[in-house]
Design a binder for this molecule. Structure first.
Ligand code: C2E
Ligand code: MG
Ligand code: MG
Length: 332
């Protein structure tokens, strides 16, 4: 009851210098004595409950339960492992997934997807640690590594004669809060003797909605430097068409959820609409998550030529990618 009243009270705008400011509040509750018999423990458990509130969309309250503790301890230890991995090196790896032009029957690019060889938990995919890295401020360290490693890989591929490929890397919205993003990228491009156009930065729609003006300036700066920018998982978030124009992005990645449904229902209609938007803004398009020949065929018919998905190849280690490039399997 008290937490509810506090939330209602704090929901009111604060009037500061003639403007209304709104704030959200996250409350964690721990009760004496069952949730802690001393002040330290009570505060710690209330804190854990508060983080649960934040993790579940903020602006609310939660009461501490013992299983939150296990979750919290696991999280902290994963965070420590991540810190260590960044400091020591040697635990992260980029897997590379080919992107193909179905019409031209050739590979046009690759996407870099991070993997973590965790010392005890084995191979972890990005979903297991990227959100955590974003929350605890380690994401910029990871992105720095990804930028540098992707550039190193490109240098290697170009030395082997694959000089018309580009590589896509995934950035976090957090990377756009940094002042040194462009500098970091150009430094690595120079170091590896790469033209800017061989690097494509994948950003999400949500980024375009946050702090639009600040992000807009950064995106423009990156584009002016010659880098390509694509919007990942396009169609799953909320993009204002106006932002698409203003952000001068280069292409849209059609989310795999639309591709998965191809063949039945309205998904074909959605892809058709996205392709129409892309055409009128003069943006490129690539579809993700193609798993069946029927999906590839349907996309071709709709006019989407660039594709990426298990049908063509799973994300590969560098060695496997080099084999794949040397003798590409027939394109379905
Ligand atoms: P994404 O950028 O949309 O990447 C596509 C995801 O779909 C990848 O999962 C890829 O392995 C998977 N995928 C590719 N083809 C198919 C298919 O035909 N069927 C199905 N079911 N899945 C397919 P992954 O590698 O687990 O990555 C998940 C997400 O993690 C990525 O989504 C991206 O948002 C993020 N991520 C990956 N690497 C990085 C990174 O280096 N930095 C950051 N910040 N995020 C990353
Ligand atoms: Mg991506
Ligand atoms: Mg995607």
């Amino acid at each position: 009851t008290i937490a509810g009243k506090m939330l209602a009270e704090l929901k009111q705008p604060f009037l500061i210098a003639g403007r209304d400011f709104y704030t959200t509040v996250s409350i964690g509750i721990a009760v004496f004595p069952e949730d802690g018999e001393n002040p330290e423990l009570l505060l710690r458990n209330a804190d854990i409950a508060m983080y649960q509130t934040k993790a579940h969309g903020k602006n609310g309250f939660r009461e501490f339960t013992p299983d939150m503790n296990t979750h919290h301890v696991e999280r902290i230890s994963l965070e420590n492992d991540l810190r260590y991995a960044l400091k020591e090196g040697g635990q992260f790896e980029l897997h590379l997934q080919p992107q193909i032009s179905r019409r031209r029957r050739r590979i046009v690019g690759i996407e870099a997807l991070i993997r973590w060889h965790h010392p005890t938990q084995g191979l972890l995919g990005p979903d297991a640690f990227i959100p955590l890295a974003e929350e605890c401020g380690l994401i910029s360290g990871i992105s720095n590594w990804v930028i540098a490693e992707a550039c190193r890989k490109m240098r290697h591929l170009r030395a082997l004669g694959y000089d018309d490929l580009k590589i896509g890397i995934n950035l976090s919205p957090r990377d756009f809060e940094r002042a040194d993003l462009l500098e970091r990228i150009t430094e690595q491009l120079t170091l590896n003797n790469l033209p800017a156009r061989c690097l494509e930065l994948e950003i999400t729609e949500s980024l375009l909605m946050n702090d639009a003006e600040g992000v807009l300036a950064k995106v423009r700066q990156l584009r002016r430097a010659g880098l390509l920018i694509s919007i990942d998982d396009f169609g799953t978030g909320y993009s204002s068409l106006n932002y698409l124009r203003r952000f001068s992005v280069s292409s849209l990645k059609i989310d795999q959820s639309f591709v998965r449904d191809l063949g039945g229902g309205s998904a074909g209609g959605l892809i058709h609409a996205i392709l129409g938007i892309a055409r009128s803004f003069e943006l490129g398009t690539i579809a993700e998550g193609i798993e069946t020949p029927a999906q590839a065929e349907a996309l071709s018919t709709l006019g989407c030529d660039l594709m990426q998905g298990y049908l063509f190849s799973r994300p590969l280690t560098m060695a496997a990618l080099i084999d794949y490039l040397a003798s590409p399997p027939p394109i379905a």
